[in-house]
Design a protein around this ligand. Structure first.
Ligand code: UDP
Ligand code: MG
Length: 189
């Protein structure tokens, strides 16, 4: 079973590319950010806790996120996996390894969408106008970038060392054009 991590900074296009490639491949797909937004919409206890954290641009605790991932993978153990927005810390990456190991699913492979920070900021501010996500304002975006640099970038290093890391240009070209490159990579993984 394949375990694909679609990796990249906020605004890199993980959600957009996931939607395109899921038309081609039959993945069990999980976006931890989407789950959290649903919890907020439904007013659950988790949603209430997550809302403040997300609006500050910080990260929800490893325990909560790993718990969500664990039950998702267990429930979809017969399928290829596409993880969007997870792992976001090295601790989460280590926990993922353990989960995959215990289910004998093989190693995770990371595909990073690389995009320059200035371009990311422009994209997120534009998305704010269209989608009105509360965490897409300049101050929160800055903090999301800080969190990415402080905690998430190390996840790429973790997989570079372990093997199973590849990066593609997520900046130049239309989403369709970028998806062509992404699909090429996925076909070889
Ligand atoms: N978030 C989190 N852990 C996750 C996923 C999301 O803490 O595993 C929070 C975090 O505050 C993040 C926000 O939810 O800034 C939005 O996440 P999402 O992945 O949707 O945004 P993206 O980084 O793709 O723009
Ligand atoms: Mg996203």
């Amino acid at each position: 079973m394949r375990n694909i991590i679609l990796f990249g900074a906020p605004g890199a296009g993980k959600g957009t590319q996931s939607a395109i490639i899921r038309e081609k491949f039959d993945f069990a797909y999980i976006s931890t950010g989407e789950i959290l937004r649903n919890e907020i919409k439904n007013g659950t206890e988790l949603g209430k806790k997550a809302e403040e954290i997300i609006n500050r641009g910080e990260l929800v605790s490893d325990d909560i996120i790993v718990g969500m991932i664990k039950s998702f993978i267990s429930a979809n153990n017969n399928k290829d996996l596409l993880l969007d927005g997870f792992p976001r810390t090295v601790k989460q990456a280590e926990a993922l390894d353990e989960i995959l190991n215990s289910l004998q699913r093989g190693e995770a492979k990371v595909v990073e969408l690389e995009v320059n920070k200035n371009v990311l900021m422009q994209r997120l501010l534009k998305r704010a106008e269209i989608e009105g996500r509360k965490d897409d304002n300049e101050q929160t975006i800055r903090e999301r970038f800080n969190q990415y640099d402080a905690k998430t970038a190390a996840v790429a290093e973790y997989y570079k060392k372990k093997g199973g890391y590849i990066s593609i240009d997520g900046e130049h070209g239309t989403p369709q054009e970028i998806s062509v490159k992404l699909i090429e990579v996925l076909e070889k993984l």
